[in-house]
Design a protein around this ligand. Structure first.
Ligand code: G4P
Length: 537
């Protein structure tokens, strides 16, 4: 991992200067749009790695360093990474990893709480896909500006103007292309740079594993060499201009327009443009609002919040990492911070950066950076940490679960391990745990946004926590928040059951939407509130 030079002048101003040169973002996409490939290409372009394939360990270079990764490899999912940090031009880029599979959309939501910008990656042949739409909604909800990348332009796909139409009509986001492809999908020659009117020509490298060379040509040279493909690109770009689809910083930051780039992550085409645009356009970290809506200045004493907790990543260590995003001040490894939830001190002796199989020690971090705190048994997703002046950042809301199972220890002699394991998974946010007096502690209900979360829970309980379990599916498909006064009435309705989630929220599990409709009609007085939707709400 590239060492990032740090300024050592006056501490207050240095923090703001360091924050200003940070760009913290995540790539969101439907599975298979090319997120891992793009991540590799970005790292390659910034020369963090020598060859594509090194970060995620694709193909035969893929390694197994944890129990997790066996499961990840078998199922083709990625849940262990955190953030890749690298220096590019005069900035420090933090690329936060998001799980690719829709079943882990709650984790993605948490990661999005920690970024300042998102890159929405589309497959040129498929356009907007269900998971893209869902993730886009999350970004809109959080007010995160989005840069759109149309990927796989080296393969046949939809017409570029058609894709722009789709973005505009389906998600009401005005696309403002920064580059425009020269050559239709499947015949990717390069891009028209709409700001300069020049042509950026890409050339292939063997297997796309090294940085693709770029050649900059004038419009006249492009016209002479590319002929009709160039003319079409120019004409289409003019059409965009007529419909006022030129970049607008204000609407981009407000989340109502999206700059668009065309790329082939696989061939490393257009990746340099993306990095440059992230540096030039994506917002730097800004002061974050506390739960009481007070802004904590960037150069206030250190503060951060936990957006992800992960355990069982390393067979040898069985450690637990809490990933925090720094919001203000300087993090220095070894400093003692206060855990806002408990008021207790937390020593940060071990601090790491984790991406793919790579782990390295972090000694110092600034606003926008991600730090993995080791042995963080007390820290949970959403918790705040600070020094000096107290601050609590808003909690990260939990999603409405849509899948439910009853979980029991297979071996009743292992009840202690079972309880400990369930609590740990709950604290990490792997799964929601629901309890009620009726069901008792021996057989709580696990609730998930996607069923693959159960697989992860089952796998980890059996392996790492030595407590094999039996899961029994429950027939509920939806959950609504309610209040204690409505519990007796709800529990008396067939196909409804109220349980308490770990965060104290009372959830009414309901068999189906039809039943929900009936209850709403027949008992309008009962509170049945919709939670943040991860799924089909
Ligand atoms: P994901 O993380 O979003 O799920 O997608 P990933 O990068 O794994 O890419 C999914 C598939 O799409 C991979 O092919 C990858 O090589 C291919 N791909 C990604 N970007 C491009 C691109 O720009 N052009 C083309 N033509 N293909 C692209 P695969 O066959 O499923 O896997 P692999 O064997 O290549 O790893």
């Amino acid at each position: 991992m590239t060492a990032v030079p740090v300024a050592r002048t006056r501490p207050e101003s240095a923090v703001v200067a360091e924050a200003t040169r940070r760009r913290t973002f995540a790539v969101i996409s439907h599975p298979d749009a090319g997120k891992s490939t793009l991540t590799e290409a970005l790292a390659l372009h910034a020369q963090v790695i020598g060859q594509a394939g090194a970060v995620h360990g694709k193909g035969d270079r893929r390694g197994t360093v944890s129990d997790w990764m066996d499961l990840e490899r078998d199922r083709g999912i990625s849940v262990t990474s955190a953030a890749l940090q690298f220096a590019y031009r005069d900035t420090v880029i933090n690329l936060l990893d998001t799980p690719g599979h829709a079943d882990f959309s709650e984790d993605t939501y948490r990661v999005l709480a920690a970024v300042d910008c998102a890159v929405m990656l589309l497959d040129a042949a498929k356009g907007l896909e269900p998971q893209t739409l869902k993730l886009f909604d999350v970004c809109r909800h959080r007010g995160i500006p989005i840069i759109t990348v149309v990927n796989k332009w080296d393969r046949p796909g939809l017409a570029a103007l058609e894709l722009m139409d789709e973005i505009q009509t389906r998600i009401q986001l005005k696309p403002t292309p920064l580059t425009w492809p020269v050559g239709e999908a499947g015949d990717f020659r390069g891009v028209l740079d709409r700001a300069t009117g020049g042509f950026i020509r890409f050339s292939r490298t063997a297997g796309g594993v090294t940085r693709a060379p770029e050649e900059h040509l004038t419009a006249d040279e492009a016209s002479a060499q590319e002929g009709a493909a160039w003319t079409t690109a120019v004409e289409e770009s003019e059409l965009l201009e007529l419909s006022e689809q030129d970049f607008n910083a204000e609407t981009f930051l407000a989340g109502t327009s999206t700059p668009v780039l065309f790329a082939s992550a696989f061939l490393n085409f257009g990746v340099g443009q993306l990095l440059d645009r992230i540096v030039d356009l994506a917002p730097a970290p800004s002061p974050r609002l506390s739960v009481s809506e007070v802004e904590r200045p960037l150069d206030a004493p250190f503060s951060a919040f936990v957006f992800k907790v992960q355990a069982g990543m390393d067979r040898a260590h069985r450690d637990r990492l809490a990933y925090v995003r720094v919001c203000s001040g300087v993090f220095e490894r070894g400093m003692v911070v206060t855990h806002s939830t408990s008021g207790r001190p937390f020593a940060t002796k071990y601090a790491q950066q984790v991406f793919g199989r790579e782990r390295s020690t972090i000694d110092r971090a600034y606003p926008g950076d991600v730090v993995g705190l080791v042995n963080a048994a007390a820290l949970q997703v959403g918790d705040s940490l600070y020094v000096d002046e107290a601050v609590t950042y808003p909690p990260i809301p939990s999603f409405a679960p849509e899948h439910f199972v009853v979980v029991r220890a297979k071996d009743s002699g292992k009840y202690k391990q079972f309880r400990r394991g369930i609590t740990q998974l709950e604290q990490e946010g792997v799964i929601q745990v629901l309890r009620s007096d009726l069901r008792g502690d021996q057989a709580p209900v696990l609730a998930a946004v996607g069923p693959m979360q159960f697989e992860v829970a089952e796998h980890r309980l059996a392996g790492e926590m030595s407590s094999p379990v039996v899961l029994d599916r429950l027939e509920y498909t939806t959950a609504r928040r309610t209040e204690a006064e409505f519990v007796p009435a709800l529990n008396s309705i067939p196909g409804v059951e109220v349980l308490e989630r770990g965060d104290g929220v009372l959830l009414a599990l309901i068999r189906d939407k039809w039943r929900l409709g009936t209850i709403r009609r027949e008992h309008p007085e009962i509170l049945l509130e919709t939670l943040v939707a991860g799924g089909a709400e």
